[in-house]
Structures are given as structure tokens and as C-alpha cells.
Ligand binder design. Structure first.
Ligand SMILES: Nc1ncnc2c1ncn2[C@@H]1O[C@H](COP(=O)(O)OP(=O)(O)OP(=O)(O)O)[C@@H](O)[C@H]1O
Length: 597
């Protein structure tokens, strides 16, 4: 019941429309029940004319209203047409209010989910697969929408229609009503059972479909690898297995669905048979008229859908609740990284200080960073080096608060990062991550990503500084060249330089390069660094690299090993120490010499 209350919260905004929709639906059912009455009246009135003889009318105009019989038929037909039209208009109004509202609520819920997801910490995304998250925002929202739309609409429909129809039936003949109603509960139970079965199997089929689609997606993404390794037949076989599984499950569901309507019609037929049989006896006894039987038959037909809908709706309601609970789990996830109350919201100068920072990833006890302490003055240029897996990327991810330290604190301009306005910090940082991600969009828009309404001049200047402008101008559509699935694929080095341009266009106070030049050759690297040096002056810069040539000019270099800073100093000072840094340097010099031979 608590969940129901929560579900209904979303309806508050649309209360007026919902009430209006309920009134339309009630009114439509009110008019509907008069249709059988009119039919019965017509039949009975026409029957009463039997034996009185008919005058043959000479024209259509004369037909209408000219004889007593045609007068009855014409009047009743007009009333009938009017009633049916009124019913139709009200039904249209019902769907336009109730179903349209359910779409609006669906829109609201989906927006809330996406907003929540955007603010959740990296921990959530590490613990939940992107597939699960996608299902929450799509399928689960769709199933919850069923509650606001069909479930509410069919429930109101069942109650009001059954109310009106049963009243009319009892009014005509309570005994015949009793007989006619006998098969109806079976219809309801049958509909409940069959929709449950369909739902369970649809879920299985959906999962199978996702698995098949996932395999196809992976296969096409890796098509070059598959061809190069001559695994086409093997992959084809794997796909066929998945496809065959899907086919079998789908056919089983199709069979059950094909049984649904004949079985339902059989039960409805049973009801109608009882009415004709029992009603026939009553006509012979003189308790009811032939018109009453026709009237009853229509009433029974009217009742069957709402009664079947009872089972169907109960099932859908259960599904909506299950989906709602899954959505609630997501909505109740704590937002761990957020603005503090009374947040610091001022211009960032770029002074950074790590104080005894320790960190382990959520779900793991292993400390990836231990007792990290260092300070960077505004405009200073520092570098972090170390072997793979030593914790370099983890360290820089703490600065834009993608994670918070588990021990110690990080100060920005003397204030703990946690006290700062999140958007202030993130706006002040230009981050070039280790793995470049480019959107399926134009190169220009990819560069302009972090800046609202960036001018073409600004985009081109950023591309120039990142040494990628010439490459872009070589493309036919230049900055309008599409990237990604529907466009071209950039080389690794071009991608990295586009990502650097994306960071530079923000003109940020703090720049972080996480191994951002690994895919460019040393000549291009030199050219980029030369340009960057001017760009970096006045900005706090942290540069991670495996290549000593990239960072040797830094104001200070930190060598990290197993999450700890083990050596610090300028390039020269570190070489003089003849420690790990020197060993790394010598190894790289040797490798370079060997490559040149
Ligand atoms: N999300 C995560 N959950 C758990 N452990 C992680 C996660 N990300 C990284 N690690 C682990 O943390 C350690 C440090 O990783 P990190 O990426 O910071 O190293 P790195 O020095 O940047 O390495 P590289 O130079 O290869 O990029 C590694 O042992 C890695 O396996």
C-alpha cells in the first residue's frame, strides 16, 4: 500500500485531468447501457405491430416517419445514433485525458531517473551494469506507465460499467442476471492466468532478445578482429544458437497467445448460450419479452471485456509495482558526492593540496593510494610518473570528485574540496582522461562539449593549440565531419588531440592530462608540448605520463609506486638521486636507441 501511495504522488500534478477523465469514462458507460434498452424497445414495439399490415412507402422520405412502423424505426434509430456518437466522443475524451496523462507521468518519471543517474557516484555505475541501468530507464518506466494508463482506466471502466450494466440487468430480471453471470468469474481468472503466463514468457523472450542483440552488437564492433582471426564461421554459429533459442521461445508464446482469443470466445459463448436458453424459457413463460433477450445478450457482451480486464489489469498492476520497486531502489540510492550546505562558490585560483590522502575503491579493501601528500601552487606544472597500476589515474580522479578520498583530505585554495560547489570545481578543471571518449557527433561539437555556445573561432583556436586543426581541415566536411558509428573513425593520436582541444577550449584554471599523449609519436608530442607550454602558463597543470620525454620539463615530478609517492623532485634532481626515476629514464633511453638502430 505504501508503494501505491508513492505511485500516486506522481498523479498530484495531474489530479484535475484524471478526475475529468474518470468523469468522461463514467459518462460514456452511462450512455452505453442505453443502447440495449433502445434495441429492446425497438424490437418490442415492432413486434407489437405484427398482424396490423404495412403500407408500402413510395419514397425514402415517405419511408421515414410515414407509417407507424417506420416512425418507430426512424425515431429509435436516430436516438440510437445519437447515443452511440455521444459514447464515441466521450470515449475519445477519456483516452485523451487518462492515457495522455499516463504519458506525461512517464515523461516525468524518466526525467527524474536520468537526473538521479547523472548525479550518482561512480560506485553505482561500478556496481550496476549499464544494461541494468538502461532497463530501469526504459522498460521499467514503461511498465510503471501501465499503472497510470491502462490499469487506472480499465479499473474505472470495470467498476462503472459493471455498476450500470448490472443495475440494468437486475432491473430487467434478477434471475436471468444470476444465470448470465455464472461464467464471468471464469473469464476473469482465465485472463489473469493467461496474461501472467504471457508476461513471464515475454520477460524470458526479452532477455533472450537482449542477449542476441548484445552478441550481434559485439560481433559487428569486433568485425575486423573476427576476420583477421578467421572466426567468421565460429561467430556465425554462436549467433545462430542464440537466434534458434529465441525462435523456440517466441513460438511457444505465440501458441499461447493464439489460444487466448478462442478460449475467451468459448467462455463468452457459454454465457450467451445460457442467456438464450434460460431467457427463451422465460419468454415462453411470459416473464420477459424477446426484446429483453436481445438486451441481455448485449449486456453480457458489455460485461465480458471489463471482467476479462479485471484479470489482465491485476496482472499489469503487479508488474507495475515490481517495476516501481526497482525504480525506487535506484531513486533511494544515496547521492554520495554532492554540494555541501553553505558551499564555497568563488573564483578558483588553482592551489591544490593533498593531505595524507588514502583511497580504496568501493567494494575493495585494497588501498590504491596511501598517505599521499603534496602541494601545487597556482600556475605550477607538476607531473606524475610510475609503473602501470601504481595509482596515477586514481589520484587525479579525486580532483574533480569522481571519487572522494577514503582517508585524508584534498584542499582547493585552502578549502576542503567537499565544501566547494561541485559545478565550480568541475568548471575550473579541464580533464583529458586516459581513454578518449568521443560522441557520435561532429568534431566541432566534440571539441565544444564543455562550453555553452562556443564560437567557431574558439573551436578552431582550441584545435590549433592541440595540433589537430590541420588534420581536421583535411577532412571534406572539416569541423562538421561526423565521428563515431555513422561517421569516420579518427586515429588514436587524432582522438587524443581532439580530447586535448576539448579541455583547452574551457580555458580552465586546472588542467589534468592522464597519459594523453601516449598515442602520438615523439615528434608530434614535441610540437604539441611546445604549443601547450604557452597555453599552460598561469594554469595549474598535472600531467601523467609513461614517457619521461613528456614530463621532464615539469616544475616537480612525483614518482608513484604502489599508491605511494616514493621520489620527488625536478628531472635533474631525480636523475641525481639515481633511484627508480633514473632506472625508468635509462630504460626508455635504451629503448629509444634500440629503435633508432
Ligand atoms: N573501479 C575500480 N575498482 C577497483 N579497483 C580499481 C578500479 N579502477 C582501478 N582499480 C585498481 O586500482 C589500481 C590503480 O589503478 P590506476 O588506474 O589508478 O593505475 P595507473 O597508475 O593509472 O595505471 P596505468 O598507468 O596503467 O593507467 C590498479 O590496481 C587497478 O586495478
Amino acid at each position: 500500500m505504501g508503494a501505491l501511495k508513492e505511485l500516486n504522488k506522481y498523479l498530484k500534478k495531474y489530479k484535475g485531468t484524471m478526475i475529468l477523465g474518470a468523469l468522461f469514462l463514467t459518462a460514456s458507460n452511462f450512455f452505453l447501457v442505453w443502447i440495449p434498452v433502445l434495441i429492446r424497445r425497438t424490437m418490442d414495439e415492432v413486434e407489437s405491430l405484427e398482424g396490423r399490415g404495412f403500407e408500402v412507402p413510395s419514397s425514402i422520405v415517405q419511408t421515414l416517419f410515414s407509417t407507424e412502423a417506420s416512425k418507430i424505426l426512424a425515431t429509435n434509430s436516430l436516438i440510437l445514433i445519437g447515443t452511440v456518437m455521444l459514447y464515441g466522443v466521450l470515449l475519445f475524451a477519456t483516452r485523451q485525458t487518462l492515457i495522455v496523462t499516463s504519458r506525461k507521468v512517464e515523461f516525468d518519471i524518466r526525467n527524474d531517473i536520468v537526473k538521479k543517474l547523472m548525479n550518482l557516484s561512480q560506485r553505482y555505475f561500478a556496481e550496476n551494469s549499464s544494461g541494468e541501468t538502461y532497463v530501469r530507464a526504459t522498460e521499467d518506466v514503461g511498465k510503471v506507465r501501465d499503472y497510470y494508463g491502462p490499469v487506472i482506466m480499465y479499473s474505472i471502466n470495470t467498476v462503472t460499467r459493471a455498476g450500470f450494466v448490472l443495475t440494468m440487468m437486475f432491473f430487467v430480471n434478477p434471475e436471468l442476471t444470476f444465470w448470465a453471470l455464472i461464467p464471468l468469474p471464469f473469464i476473469s481468472v482465465f485472463a489473469y492466468w493467461i496474461t501472467g503466463f504471457i508476461h513471464r514468457h515475454s520477460t524470458i523472450i526479452q532477455e533472450q532478445y537482449s542477449s542476441m542483440a548484445g552478441r550481434a552488437k559485439e560481433t559487428f564492433s569486433a568485425i575486423r578482429l573476427i576476420k583477421a582471426y578467421n572466426r567468421i564461421d565460429h561467430e556465425q554459429q554462436l549467433f545462430e544458437n542464440e537466434s534458434e533459442d529465441y525462435r523456440k521461445k517466441k513460438l511457444r508464446l505465440d501458441m499461447i497467445e493464439s489460444l487466448f482469443h478462442p478460449a475467451l470466445n468459448f467462455l463468452i459463448g457459454l454465457s450467451l448460450l445460457i442467456v438464450v436458453w434460460k431467457g427463451g424459457e422465460m419468454v415462453i413463460e411470459g416473464t420477459i419479452t424477446v426484446g429483453n433477450i436481445a438486451e441481455f445478450l448485449i449486456y453480457v457482451a458489455y460485461l465480458t471485456w471489463p471482467v476479462a480486464a479485471l484479470g489482465y489489469t491485476t496482472n499489469r498492476f503487479q508488474r507495475s509495482l515490481a517495476s516501481w520497486n526497482r525504480i525506487q531502489e535506484l531513486m533511494n540510492e544515496p547521492i554520495e558526492i554532492k554540494d555541501a550546505e553553505g558551499k564555497v562558490d568563488q573564483e578558483v585560483k588553482g592551489h591544490l593540496e593533498f593531505k595524507d590522502v588514502g583511497f580504496h575503491y568501493p567494494g575493495s579493501d585494497e588501498m590504491v593510494l596511501k598517505n599521499i601528500s603534496f602541494e601545487i601552487n597556482p600556475g605550477e606544472n607538476i607531473a606524475i610518473v610510475g609503473r602501470t597500476g601504481s595509482g596515477k589515474s586514481t589520484l587525479v580522479q579525486l580532483i574533480p570528485r569522481l571519487f572522494d578520498p577514503t582517508e585524508g583530505e584534498i584542499l582547493l585554495d585552502g578549502e576542503n574540496l567537499k565544501k566547494w560547489s561541485l559545478s565550480r570545481i568541475r568548471d575550473a578543471i579541464g580533464f583529458v582522461p586516459q581513454e578518449t571518449f568521443l560522441f557520435s557527433d561532429t568534431i566541432g561539437d566534440n571539441i565544444a562539449f564543455g562550453v555553452e555556445d562556443a564560437s567557431q573561432g574558439l573551436i578552431e583556436a582550441a584545435a590549433e593549440k592541440a595540433q589537430v586543426k590541420e588534420n581536421i581541415l583535411d577532412f571534406e566536411k572539416k569541423f562538421k565531419t561526423m565521428l563515431g558509428e555513422r561517421g569516420i573513425t579518427l586515429s588514436g593520436g587524432q582522438k587524443q588531440r581532439t580530447a586535448i582541444a576539448r579541455a583547452l577550449i574551457k580555458a580552465p584554471k586546472i588542467l589534468i592530462f592522464d597519459d594523453s599523449l601516449s598515442a602520438v609519436d615523439t615528434k608530434t608530442e614535441d610540437a604539441i608540448l611546445k604549443h601547450l607550454r604557452q597555453e599552460l602558463s598561469g594554469r595549474t597543470t598535472i600531467m601523467i605520463s609513461h614517457r619521461i620525454s613528456t614530463i621532464k620539463d615539469a616544475d616537480k615530478i612525483y614518482y608513484i609506486e604502489e599508491g605511494q609517492i616514493v621520489e620527488t623532485g625536478t628531472h635533474e634532481a631525480l636523475l641525481a638521486k639515481d633511484g627508480r626515476y633514473t632506472a625508468m629514464y635509462n630504460k626508455q633511453i635504451l629503448e629509444q636507441e634500440l629503435a633508432e638502430i
